[in-house]
Design a binder for this molecule. Structure first.
Ligand SMILES: Cc1ncc(COP(=O)(O)O)c(C=O)c1O
Length: 354
């Protein structure tokens, strides 16, 4: 607060970039104002534009696809696996054509997509692998952290994320030249070694502020402890007949538990997904009845924005029977988590304090 430099040139931003990149097992970080422009920064630096196809999962937040569309490129929607909620690598393989420039893996809810299969697919086809790791701070696949598998990865620090400054984002990469391209684009087309008023491309100002970096440095110090707390509490909520919780592959040895995701079997639970959500909400438990549609069912794509869709039966059924609850339900003590579990099981109906 005492610094005269609250903007994007305060050394605290560089400190955060280095610390967060190292935390996620990457060499370089470029911090920015949110996790949507960071997707655009990756796509710009990867040279993706009109005529290119980018394979994305049919289930994600809109930015995963809209960032591709904003490049003038074509998102190609493929199905998710029914219970991991992540891109089915076999479907991604089916979607590859000579126009495919990149695959955007999303680590939905925290657990990584099948990185063994997607890294192999990218290697065999020469397609760029990018990660939308907006949900996956601290997540690991066989001991390797989210964001370190492909050419680059994007994280979000938006208000609901497990690390937040209200808004914020970062791109991580192990490729120094790629990082430089992104940094120039998001800093008005400037290049190191030239004056402040030399601009080599029509860039933008996506710089993170020092205030955001300061908050995120403090959040990073607490992240490990908070992930451990959630990993300890999560099993208390599992195990109810009628709810099939997100399947976490054995290769995911660390799950930050951004979302508690599940699918309802109406027959087994004796309650529809919407009745289940209404009951929990009435009991004071925050729950969201999933996205109302797949990404390609959004009005912009239905209205004709260029895209391609492979059959996505799993995605289409999830929008009817899935739900998520936020990570903060796992941040109390064991007794509180057990009370929450009781409400989820329908054993008690009074409000849970706090
Ligand atoms: C998967 C995914 N990608 C990208 C974003 C966009 O991040 P931001 O809200 O920081 O722009 C989000 C959501 O917040 C997200 O859930």
């Amino acid at each position: 607060m005492a610094s005269p430099q609250w903007g994007g040139f305060n050394p605290m931003i560089g400190e955060f970039e280095q610390k967060f990149a190292a935390y996620q097992h990457c060499a370089h970080g470029v911090a920015a104002v949110n996790g949507t422009v960071t997707l655009e920064m990756m796509l710009v630096a990867a040279g993706i534009g009109p005529g290119d196809e980018v394979i994305v999962p049919a289930i994600s937040f809109v930015s995963t696809a809209s960032a591709v569309s904003r490049m003038g490129a074509t998102p190609v929607f493929v199905d998710i696996e029914p219970y991991t909620f992540n891109m089915d690598p076999a479907e991604a393989r089916r979607a590859v054509t000579p126009k495919t420039k990149a695959i955007m893996a999303v680590h939905f809810g925290g657990p990584l997509a099948d990185m063994d299969a997607l890294v192999a697919l990218a290697g065999e086809t020469g397609v760029i692998l990018l990660e939308d790791a907006a949900h996956a701070h601290g997540a690991e696949w066989r001991g390797k952290r989210a964001g370190s598998f492909g050419l680059a990865s994007s994280f979000s620090f938006q208000n609901g994320k497990v690390m937040t400054a209200g808004e914020g984002g970062i791109v991580l990469t192990n490729d120094a030249a790629f990082a430089e391209r992104m940094r120039s684009f998001m800093n008005q087309g400037r290049r190191p070694g030239y004056s402040f008023f030399h601009h080599f491309e029509a860039g933008n100002n996506y710089r993170m502020s020092a205030l955001h970096a300061a908050v995120l440095l403090a959040q990073l110090e607490r992240l490990d402890e908070q992930i451990e707390l959630r990993m300890g509490n999560a099993p208390i909520l599992m195990g109810l007949p009628g709810i099939r919780w997100q399947e976490v592959p054995a290769a995911v040895n660390r799950n930050p538990w951004y979302l508690l995701l599940g699918r309802i079997s109406e027959e087994e639970l004796g309650e529809t997904r919407d009745a289940f959500c209404a009951r929990l909400q009435a009991s004071g438990i925050p729950v969201t009845p999933f996205y109302p549609h797949t990404l390609y069912q959004n009005p912009m794509y239905v209205g004709g924005l260029p895209h391609r869709v492979l059959p996505c039966p799993n995605a289409e059924v999830c929008v009817r029977d899935a739900f998520w609850m936020p990570f903060r339900l796992l941040m109390g003590d064991v007794a509180l988590t057990a009370r929450i579990a009781d409400v989820v099981r329908g054993r008690v109906f009074e409000a849970v304090p706090g």
